[in-house]
Design a protein around this ligand. Structure first.
Ligand code: F6P
Length: 547
């Protein structure tokens, strides 16, 4: 029997208005909006600190903003935003506060804290990070052999953020290289270990729970590698970052080498915590503090600003409108800055692990789309791979372009070309190219009718452009906080809990159950263990066992 929707997440009258608006938007497109309002660019763009957000090349309109402002009242947006910042236990299924914002500004911007103990916890966590950072740097200075490599062992939220910020904020050719090992596939491990030497490598195991199978197995194998190269008791020199310090100590990491962070920091929101210790060791604690301050400035904007002016809300509104009313089921993010090459991976986890859910907060099934597929890549590479589909494909794919106005290298010609390409792509998506234009452009070439038609671009494809004055700790912090708050708004629109991740559990449990059925050394595998699986999986197990 199918379950009942207890109450619709969007009031029927608002839903109807959005459906009607979408019909109109599909018919009229975006270009006409510029013609009917000469002030559109000003109205539909915002400058927040050193970041400029241009939403004008999307279907955004005053009418759309009005409807979502009403929607924000319906869902008590302002109250729920206060709940987030003030430590209400909004992660209801795990009964936890969601206070990563407190790590960026332990004073919490003067917002009343409903759980005052969290202020102390945030301060203690920040202090621990500073102390451990100072202790490690001192130890590194005192070592007879210079540390050239850090192996950061962690997966998902315990790696994606640190990897992104290390790539984005480290100077090229610095003294220390950080290697990230997350996957259980030891091809990654082998590649990293072959680039390191035991005498000059520091290991930091990062896991919120310190129970994640991949991370524990990888730390184990790295310890074996140290032992094989003559290092006695290697775990004694390893560090751990975790919200479960007891687990790390029980694993064998000395207590003095364990730095902890509070449970109310979600894994995919933990880049602001000691999880980023390895990154800070590479680019310095000052830069890390600037990164936090940048995020805090976006928090300020998000907290203080009404929906119609709030960039996080407006971006989430467009995600929701496209996903639910315009028929888009994915969105693409293109960073025109090589240093942001891991941004899409980071945002995939942030957005889809947060909002890829099918239950409302009251436990009933959702009655709408909750999260588009997030994909993308780095410009200009993507122009030579997926952009064909973006320009002439049949799916509606809202695209987001992130460009950095000033580069930090000395090849101005490259940067000019990069910017020209990024901007031109947004213009091309909007403008399109009609058959008449094709004919005029190729008038002297004698194009066949077929070739001419293949050169038609429908245009009116939505894109948002985000310009960073420069890529630095402050703008990166603000940018990531923007995406976090946008994700929060998306969760409110869909009436879901953005802060648990139960969807990863079933696969983990079945992997544990399946492993003995393919393990030649497993003792006491229950008769019929294989039969617990479906026929396809059973046949696959047989093939694996026949290998
Ligand atoms: O499998 C999903 C997940 O729980 C993520 O949410 C988390 O970021 C990742 O695993 C790693 O977990 P941990 O930090 O506890 O090792």
């Amino acid at each position: 029997m199918s379950e009942n929707i207890m109450s619709p997440s969007i009031e029927p009258s608002l839903r109807k208005r959005l459906e009607a608006l979408a019909v109109l938007d599909q018919r009229l497109g975006i270009k006409k909006k510029f013609i009917s309002d000469s002030n559109r660019v000003n109205l539909m763009s915002k400058q927040i600190g050193d970041i400029y957000f241009d939403f004008s090349k999307t279907h955004i309109s005053p009418e759309l903003i009005n409807i979502y402002s009403e929607f924000s009242d319906q869902i008590e947006f302002a109250k729920k935003r206060t709940d987030l910042f003030s430590g209400e236990r909004i992660n209801i299924t795990e009964d936890r506060s969601v206070l990563h914002t407190l790590l960026r500004d332990p004073t919490n911007q003067g917002i009343d804290m409903r759980r005052p103990e969290t202020l102390e916890q945030a301060q203690s966590s920040a202090n621990q990070l500073l102390e451990q950072y100072a202790a490690i740097t001192k130890e590194l200075d005192a070592r007879s052999t210079q540390v050239t490599d850090i192996i950061h062992v962690g997966i998902g939220g315990s790696a994606l953020g640190p990897q992104l910020i290390t790539e984005a904020l480290s100077d090229v050719g610095g003294d220390i290289t950080v290697h990230f090992i997350g996957n259980i596939d030891a091809h990654q491990l082998v590649a990293v270990l072959s680039a390191c030497r035991v005498t000059s490598t520091l290991v930091i195991g990062v896991s919120k729970t310190f129970t994640t199978a991949e991370t524990l197995q990888n730390i184990n194998s790295i310890a074996d590698w140290f032992a094989k190269h003559g290092e006695m008791n290697p775990l004694q020199n390893f560090y751990a970052v975790t919200a479960a310090p007891d687990n790390a100590v029980a694993y064998g990491i000395p207590e003095k080498n364990v730095v902890s962070f509070p449970q109310w920091v979600g894994g995919r929101y933990s880049v602001w915590s000691s999880v980023s210790l390895s990154a800070a060791l590479v680019f310095g604690m000052d830069r890390f503090q600037e990164f936090l301050a940048g995020a805090a400035s976006m928090d300020q904007h998000f907290y203080q600003t009404k929906p119609s002016e709030n960039v996080c809300f407006l971006a989430a509104m467009l995600d929701h409108y496209y996903d639910n009313f315009m028929g888009a089921s994915s969105k693409a993010i293109f960073a025109y800055d090589y240093r942001l090459r891991s941004l899409v991976d980071y945002l995939q986890q942030l957005e889809t692990e947060s909002n890829g859910k099918d239950r409302q907060v009251d436990g009933s099934p959702v009655d709408q789309e909750t999260s588009p597929v997030v994909w993308g890549g780095v410009g200009t590479d993507v122009q030579h791979s997926v952009f064909q589909m973006l320009h002439q494909g049949t799916s509606l794919i809202p695209a987001e372009f992130i460009l950095t106005l000033r580069a930090d290298h000395e090849y101005p010609e490259h940067h000019l070309e990069l910017l020209a390409n990024g901007l031109a792509q947004t213009a091309a998506l909007l403008a399109g190219q009609s058959l008449d234009e094709v004919k005029e452009l190729h008038a002297t070439e004698g194009l066949t009718d077929l070739a001419a038609k293949a050169k038609i671009f429908a245009g009116d494809k939505p894109s948002t452009t985000i310009l960073l004055q420069r890529l630095n700790p402050t703008t990166l912090g603000a940018l990531l906080a923007f995406y976090e708050h946008r994700t929060f708004c998306g969760g409110l629109f869909a009436n879901i809990n953005s802060y648990d991740q139960m969807g990863v559990e079933l696969g983990k449990r079945l992997a544990k159950q399946l492993k003995p059925t393919i393990d030649p050394n497993a003792a006491n595998v229950a008769d019929g263990a294989k039969d617990a699986f479906d026929p396809s999986t059973q046949a696959l197990i047989t093939r694996v066992n026949d290998r």
